[in-house]
Design a protein around this ligand. Sequence first.
Ligand code: PMV
Length: 283
Amino acid sequence: MIASAPGKIILFGEHAVVYGRRALVSAIDLRCKVEVRKSVDFRINSPLGTTNLDFKVHPYVSYAIRRFQEIQSLKGAEISIESEIPIASGLGSSSAVTVATLKALSEEFNVNLSDQEIFEIARKVELDVQGRGSGIDPFISTFGGSWIFPDKKKVDLSLELFVIKLWERATKVMVEKVANLRQRYPEIVDKIFDAIDAITLRAVEPGLQMEELIYLNQSLLRAIGVSSAKIDDLVAKLEKEGFFVKITGAGGGGCVFGLFKGKKPENSFLVRTNAEGVRIEDS
Ligand code: PMV
């Protein structure tokens, strides 16, 4: 059985969403495809290598199998992963592989999990691996479309964005960095989160000034320490060329994006928002 799930882009609200503020998120047209076949033992094949259950090389898939076994015991499965989503870059590759694995397992072993059940298990897997998180990634990868999260308010947001991939980084490290800053300056950092929440709400108003909101949110992400000197230099250079960009996801690397208006910066690629959620693919 083959299932696929989309990556995502957080337009506004990353980090603040870990503390109950709202984020605007959309599924993008880059997908992760997972094939599951019944077998006598476990084997996971991906661009990262071939392993058994391996919580270091394939943490998300291994925890997904472990969590699935709480519902249905399995002797084994052969899992093969192909992904268009760059890894460790804030575009949701970890959740996409988790969600697609759960969907393919569910169909291959006739468990027929609903999307809501897949989301709830993927959420547990995210916490197994990362220890902390808002659940926004498993949510969007399962349901697709565009949403205000955690309100679960669906919005219609069909955009073309340019994305520049920087370098890989760990979400967990960046989330902990923000948690440390907040511990030292709770009354300041919480106000920044409130401002980010307000940006998210303005972003879904008709006639939005998306680029001004991108500028404001990037400035606040810088304030909470998830930009870097290199990212700041890039943001300034792009602004001179007339492009407004912000980090998407945990920051410290990963990706930046901006609104595509017919011209894109060097070394960027285009994505479309509002993609379909998890689905079964023809074999
Ligand atoms: O894993 P990333 O880079 O897409 O980051 C997810 C967004 C955060 O707000 C930083 C963390 C979370 O769980 O919401």
